[in-house]
Write a protein that binds this ligand. Structure first.
Ligand code: ADP
Ligand code: TYD
Length: 218
């Protein structure tokens, strides 16, 4: 039996973390084992790579180094967390995955989509998410939410320090991917209230993954 692989994507501040908590409860309520994880990260080693990716430093980060680190983290995350969970029938909910690489490193950094696709095949083989929830909002809204959150936390990471045009390209690249793969993507209007977004996500799950595979009985 193979579990379902759900990814949540979108720019900073669209509400991914908030909705993942709710989604976890919704899926678990259906009697399915749920594994919530994130990228970059999700394992000890991948979280160490995440620190390298997010820290600000005087040493400029070449875009190619950034791309390779994303896939290095993804490789150990897949091997040690995602694939074993799917193999035992769990539903994996991942905060960002390879669509983020196409959006940030492809759209944001202007790296070649072909090279990203090559790394994707190398690291993932044929594994792709069953459903990708793209939380979409105009930059004015998502940036205001992210900045309110970051002010409260007192920090902003290396990506959050990028300029507006970077995030415009990220958003456009995400929407482009959603248009290319309409069966896998559900685009959710993240400008709505927390409650309305939660309902839209639950509807997308019900429509796209009608039956979540139950965890095997022990
Ligand atoms: N639909 C919404 N309406 C209003 N505020 C929201 C909504 N979704 C999230 N927020 C708030 O916006 C901020 C960023 O949300 P968060 O879930 O951390 O976003 P992300 O994980 O996508 O960066 C948080 O303070 C959160 O409470
Ligand atoms: C997975 C992934 C993330 N990222 C970036 C997007 C985020 O700015 C950063 C960390 O992700 P995350 O902490 O999930 O961002 P936030 O909660 O602020 O929305 O990593 C990439 O550039 N490429 C990738 O492949």
């Amino acid at each position: 039996m193979h579990g379902k692989f759900i990814t949540i994507e979108g720019g900073e501040g669209v509400g991914k973390s908030t909705q993942i908590g709710r989604l976890k409860d919704f899926v678990a309520g259906q009697g399915v084992e749920v594994v919530v994880t994130r990228e970059p990260g999700g394992t000890h080693r991948a979280e160490r790579i995440r620190e390298l990716l997010l820290e600000t430093s005087d040493e400029p980060m070449p875009s190619t180094c950034e791309l390779l680190l994303m896939f290095a983290a993804r490789s150990t995350h897949l091997e040690n967390v995602i694939q074993p969970a799917l193999a035992r029938g769990a539903c994996v909910i991942c905060d960002r995955f390879t669509d983020a690489t196409y959006a940030y490193q492809g759209g944001g950094r202007n790296l070649s989509t072909e090279n990203i696709a090559t790394l994707e095949r190398m690291v993932q083989g044929t594994l792709r998410p069953d459903l990708t929830l793209l939380l979409d909002a105009p930059l004015d809204i998502s940036a205001a939410r992210a900045s309110a959150r970051n002010t409260a936390a007192g920090t902003s990471d290396r990506f959050e320090q990028e300029r507006r045009d970077f995030f415009e390209r990220v958003r456009a690249a995400y929407l482009d991917r959603a248009r290319q793969e309409p069966k896998r993507f559900a685009v959710i209007d993240a400008t709505e209230s927390l409650e309305a977004v939660t309902v839209a996500i639950q509807q997308a799950i019900a429509e796209r993954l009608l039956k979540l595979s139950p965890a095997p009985r022990s």
